[in-house]
Ligand binder design. Structure first.
Ligand SMILES: Cc1cc2nc3c(=O)[nH]c(=O)nc-3n(C[C@H](O)[C@H](O)[C@H](O)COP(=O)(O)OP(=O)(O)OC[C@H]3O[C@@H](n4cnc5c(N)ncnc54)[C@H](O)[C@@H]3O)c2cc1C
Length: 283
């Protein structure tokens, strides 16, 4: 049961959504944008969040786009993990989305919700980091488009009242050779000990990880080490692991040593597969 009452709004344009947010915020309602609602509802049931109003973005047509337009793939923030997976329009994102939660919840979880989640894993972000995606944001200052690595720094850096409308990815990134691997403690459907997405771009390997630190990341220092072909592979991988952007977690789900062990094995396989300039798509 949710112990607080809240108002529900379903605007049909981004401007209306922002206007509503302003009005509700001024009256002290602490409004939240609402995607699939899975996190808002589960955290609301546990009294970990409260809101006087939610603004459902799923009534906004731009938030439902899932199409190639000119040189770009456009994915609306309200598109679900299932829709992304079933369309297979961006195969690496499809693979990542298909391993977020289970199939029933994937029908609800939206791309925007996963990126703005308070749960630290945000696995759908990884392909976007590799593909230099742009994030289209609406807010009290109007709409803007920013590169994902400028908006995401440990978490989405959105200003009050802002929400994600769409994600844009340049078409060539949709078909570069890629790998997705998720390793969990035991069950297939749970949070990751280590998830890695990797992509070969201009004969260089790119990697982005979730579970390895307390936030998902793509690390250029790690990639520099992995692509340093003057060193033996084992040394490159060890150097890359020493270049993670923060400490590797050591908790009841898995020790830091175990996570390092998994990471070492996965990075070695990835460089073996994708470091080969003739690599084909690997799923
Ligand atoms: C059972 C379960 C299993 C899970 N397993 C995984 C997993 O394996 N891997 C993983 O990465 N995640 C996992 N998650 C986390 C899940 O991806 C997040 O909770 C995500 O936020 C849910 O998306 P949603 O669309 O339902 O978000 P909502 O509940 O609608 O919103 C979540 C947060 O994001 C904000 N938000 C939503 N949409 C937008 C937007 N367009 N712009 C700005 N802010 C927005 C909301 O205001 C709220 O703060 C799991 C969650 C559950 C409930």
């Amino acid at each position: 049961m949710i112990t607080f009452d809240f108002e529900y709004y379903r605007p049909d344009s981004a401007d209306q959504a922002v206007q509503l947010w302003n009005q509700l915020n001024q009256t002290g309602k602490k409004p939240l944008y609402y995607g699939g609602g899975t996190e808002i509802i589960s955290m609301g049931r546990m009294d970990n969040i409260s809101a006087g109003a939610v603004i459902d973005i799923k009534g906004i047509p731009d938030c439902h786009r899932l199409e190639i337009k000119g040189d770009h793939l456009i994915v609306g923030a309200g598109v679900t993990m299932t829709q992304i997976h079933e369309s297979n329009i961006f195969p690496l994102l499809a693979l990542a989305g298909a391993r977020v939660a289970d199939h029933t919840i994937q029908n609800k979880i939206t791309l925007g919700g996963n990126l703005c989640s308070t749960i630290i894993y945000r696995e759908a972000l990884l392909p976007l980091l590799l593909a230099d995606a742009d994030i289209i944001i609406a807010g009290p200052g109007g709409q803007k488009t920013l590169p994902v690595n400028k908006v995401f720094n440990q978490r989405m850096q959105l200003n009050p009242g802002e929400f994600i409308i769409q994600i844009k990815v340049l078409r060539p990134f949709l078909s570069y050779p890629h790998i997705h691997v998720k390793r969990t403690r035991q069950d297939k459907i749970t949070y990751p000990l280590v998830t890695i997405c990797a992509m070969q771009v201009d004969q260089q390997v790119r990697v982005a990880c979730s579970g390895v630190c307390d936030f998902p990341f793509r690390s250029e220092p790690m990639e520099k080490e992995l692509n340093n072909s003057s060193l033996p592979l084992e040394k490159r991988v060890d150097n890359a692991i020493n270049a993670t952007p923060a400490a590797i977690p050591d908790n009841f789900e898995g020790s830091a040593a175990y996570r390092r062990f998994i990471l070492k094995n996965l990075l070695t396989s990835i460089v073996n597969e994708l470091g080969d300039k003739d690599a084909s798509i690997v799923e």
